[in-house]
Every structure is written in C-alpha cells, then in structure tokens.
Design a protein around this ligand. Structure first.
Ligand code: SR1
Ligand code: MG
Length: 410
C-alpha cells in the first residue's frame, strides 16, 4: 500500500479492513526491527478510546505486539472540534523526551510518521487504564510515589532551573500547538464559567452551577488570572492532560501516555490535574460507601503533593544550573508559586470535568441521583476553595481537610 499521502487507516466501523491496512502499515514501518510472524498477525481496535485519536493493537503469536495510534482530521469527541494532525508528532516527541527524563514511565515510541500522522507505541496491555481501575475501586499504594517522581523529573528538568535556556526556547518553539492550547484555554479555562452552550449540565444542579460558577465575579477574576498564567508562563514542558485516563497502571508501575496537549506552561497545571482526578475517583468511592477506597484516594492526594515537594526540593538542589536560581530564597518563592498554581488548576479541572464538555465516568456513572448531585457539588465547591484560596494549599493535608469538610457539609 502507499503511505506517501495521509489517509485515515483506522475505521471503527470496519475492523476487518482496518486490520488489513494496519498490519500492512506495521510491517512497512517496523518490519526491519521487529521479527513479526506474519502468518499469525492480527489487529484489533480496542473498545476504549480517548476523546481525540484512533488506536489499533497489532499482535502475532510469537509474542510481538504494538499499538498504532493515528490522529484523525476530526476529533472523536466532536466533529466540530478540530485539532491539527501534527499532534501525533508532538505526542511522540514529548514521549521520547519524557522517556529520557523518567525512564520506564512512558510507553516507548518505536517510530512516528509525519505523513500518516501515526506512531507505533509500546503495547502496555499488561497494565490497565487507571480510570478503569478507579471505577473498579482498585487501590495502588505506589501510585503517589510513581507519579510524583514522573512530575518532578519531567517538569523540573524541562524548566529554566535546570535546562539550558536556548535548548528550552527551541523546544518551546517545537511544542507550540495553537489548536490544542486553544482547546485547553476555552474548554478548561473559560467555558465552565461563562455558561457555554456546549457545557454538559446535570439538570438537578443547573441552578447551583448558575449561582456558583456562572455568577461569581471573584471566581471569574481568579480564573482569568489562571488562564493568562497558562497562556504566558512557559515554565516547563507539561504533559498537558494528566488525568487518570492518561495513565496505564499496575501494582508496581505506571506508564503515562496521551500527552498531545503537552506544551510549555505552568507546572501546577499537571499537578493540579492529578489532584482533581483523584477527587473524581473519591466521588465514585463515596457514592458506594467504599471507605477503604476513599481513604486511599485521600492518602494518595496527600502523598502526591508532599512527595512532590520533597523530591522537588532535593532535585532542585542537586540539578539547578541557572545561577540566579541559586540566590537564597528563590527556590522557596518558586515552589510556593507552583503550589498556588497547583491549587488553582486542580480547581479548574474539577470544574471543567463536572460542567464542561468532556466529563469523567467516575462522576457520570454514579446512578443514584442524590449521590451524583452531591459529588458534583463537592467538585464545584472544592474547586472554588482551591481557586479562591490558592495560597492556603501548601501541603497535601490542606487538600484533604477541605475535601473532608465538604463531604461532611454536603
Ligand atoms: C476535545 S478534547 C476534550 C478533552 O479531552 C482530552 O482528554 C482533553 O482533556 C481535552 O480537554
Ligand atoms: Mg487524552
């Protein structure tokens, strides 16, 4: 087949034709370095997908396997929402950078192809997608340790504290993605507050949302600052969408994937996303009265923040290269601003996944109407506390106290 001009290889409506093309494509791209047993090759489209791209898993009976991921011209979530197919290159290159910074913590990229906007990615099917695990209330005592290492290694080491400034500026140029940044700037940092038409509202909470999110001027001012911080503070190379659907997990390891929203922006955006998504998991646990799972969610939030702080401080002292970042007091000031951002963006993630266009199953799958109502209100009120009082969230326990207080009050 001819792969010199872009076409969409993965068609969820026709798995047979997709398999034929994707097997041929896989052989063309990887045949030289993966000794495929061609007679037993199969390709299947997994039942679960993200919001944007198309994936297909290719295997043979000799034990080889690969994920082929392709960017479509339309996003899967909405035909009206387009995003450059260059996102596939972007994701591949960021994963390659992250693999160097956090070895073993991202899927290996075997190749990427800027014509077909596709890449060949390590098959991680011995892991499960963390959001699915959260929906089953599985617990992972090592997660906080793993994700805090991932964040310190990928964020601190791509910031001007450590990275050569010219190299960082070159990377900033390579990872400017107007389309994807625009999605975050609108979907996350604007629409939940301005009552966008495409918001997804749970009807019993309509008035509550109107009052708490659409009509709160102090909240709007704080979010406007977070939005401009996101757009103008190219602090570090983010994952850009670090929710539990972007993490493969097993008891002793994680692999972080789906970083096409990666861009240079404030570190707190990634850290805040992790906090917020653990609160969604907590919401779900609460709805079934699973205390053990809820406790683990809270412990994980607390440990993630505290371990991030400890590891950040240690890595900073050891790896700082910028002379002005060694001036006494600078590190403390810099970390304090990261922690304020973390609270702020935990808040915006809580809001946008609750009322925005892209919701999360942790909340939408809650069947009891009263539990769903309370889960959403918890997200909305906790998010507001985090955004309006960013300076109060300096340790993991500060988050836990707010969540427990709101759980009591609602
Ligand atoms: C148009 S995509 C909607 C959301 O899904 C992705 O996972 C990102 O979070 C994005 O904001
Ligand atoms: Mg994604």
């Amino acid at each position: 087949m001819d792969y010199s001009k872009y076409f969409l290889m993965i068609n969820e409506e026709d798995e047979e034709e997709t398999a034929r093309i994707v097997i041929d494509y896989t052989l063309t791209k990887t045949g030289e370095f993966i000794p495929w047993d061609q007679a037993t090759m199969e390709a299947h489209i997994p039942s679960e997908h993200g919001n944007l791209n198309h994936v297909c898993r290719v295997t043979d009976q000799a034990g080889h396997s690969i994920y082929i991921k392709q960017a479509g011209l339309e996003t899967r979530i909405s035909k009206d929402l387009t995003a450059t197919v260059d996102r596939n290159r972007q994701e591949s290159e960021i994963l390659q950078i992250e693999e160097k910074l956090a070895p073993g913590m991202v899927p290996h990229i075997y190749f990427y192809d800027t014509t077909m906007s596709a890449c060949g990615m390590e098959d991680c099917s011995d892991f499960i997608v963390m959001r699915d695990a959260m929906l089953e209330h599985k617990t992972y005592p090592r997660f906080a340790d793993e994700i805090s290492t991932f964040m310190v290694n990928t964020l601190l080491y791509t910031s001007d504290i450590v990275m050569d400034h010219k190299e960082k500026k070159e990377l900033t140029r390579r990872f400017i993605t107007p389309d994807l940044d625009d999605i975050t700037e609108k979907l996350v940092l604007m629409e939940p507050y301005l009552g966008a038409k495409r918001n997804h509202i749970y009807e019993p909470n309509r008035d509550f949302i109107q009052r708490e999110l659409y009509q709160d001027d102090a909240l709007h001012l704080a979010v406007s600052k977070l939005k401009f911080n996101f757009m103008n503070n190219a602090q570090a190379l983010l994952h850009g969408d670090l929710h539990t659907g972007s993490v493969f997990i097993k008891p002793d390891a994680i692999k972080v994937f789906d970083c096409e929203f990666g861009t240079f922006a404030p570190m707190g955006y990634d850290i805040g996303n992790v906090v917020a998504n653990m609160i969604f998991a907590y919401d779900n646990g609460l709805s079934t009265g699973d205390d053990k799972f809820c406790d683990w969610c809270l412990d994980t939030i607390e440990e993630t923040i505290d371990l991030f702080i400890d590891k950040f401080n240690a890595a900073y002292d050891q790896a700082v290269t910028e002379p002005m970042a060694k001036v006494p007091g600078f590190k403390e000031d810099y970390l304090a601003s990261i922690l304020r951002d973390t609270a702020g963006y935990a808040g915006t993630e809580l809001h946008r996944r609750t009322v925005g266009m892209a919701n999360v199953l942790d909340v939408t799958s809650i069947t009891d109407p009263d539990c769903r109502l309370r889960a959403e209100r918890l997200n909305i009120l906790a998010g507001k506390e985090f955004i309006l009082h960013q300076e109060d969230y300096q340790t993991g326990d500060d988050y836990v106290k707010t969540i427990l207080r709101l759980t009591e009050e609602l």
